[in-house]
Design a protein around this ligand. Sequence first.
Ligand code: AMP
Length: 213
Amino acid sequence: MKIIMLGAPGAGKGTQAIKIADKYGIPHISTGDIFRQNIKSGTELGKKAKSYMDRGELVPDDVTIGMLLDRISEPDCAAGYVLDGFPRTIPQAESLTRALEERGEKVDYALDIEVPDANIVERMSGRRACPKCGNTYHVVYAAPVMENICDRCGAELMIRADDKPETVQERLDVYHRQTEPLIRYYRGENILREFDGTQELEKVFQDIVEVLG
Ligand code: AMP
């Protein structure tokens, strides 16, 4: 099963993507996580990505598309995957469609988690991330079992640079300008499914599982 997550930054798509990956036994592929790992280990790719990410802008397509297509060619992706944060532009979506078509494959579902901008800004201020494994939390809506400690790996949680309030508005603007058009694109492909992301995260997940089966 090949799944794409759509929705504004902070809509909860990362949390849902991890739950989907766990339930269906497929890898969770987050382009944001891949960039952050590359920044941490000081690779050329990381150097290219960092300045864009810190400003809340998108990393250019020529860097991002090749990286993602390489990742989904790895053996663990044979039975499918859930993409979190890719595609984010129409050229990215078109490249993915083309690359899959060449192998006689296609995306099964594009899941759009809908949350109004006002809620997003409030949510982002409570967001915490694990610097070690990339898992994300929220101090109110998805708190870790132990305050400020990652449930999965025990590392101390932090606020990501791009979750700072001044960057959040820029990321939302970028979302509306560059990523929202994908909703129409995938509706046209007949694989778009929309979810009310203002609900409890477990309820959103139940709704998703009903669609995925
Ligand atoms: P995320 O963790 O998905 O919110 O991504 C964090 C940042 O990584 C974004 O604000 C972008 O700068 C960059 N990024 C992640 N995925 C992509 C993508 N598909 N295209 C371009 N930039 C991306």
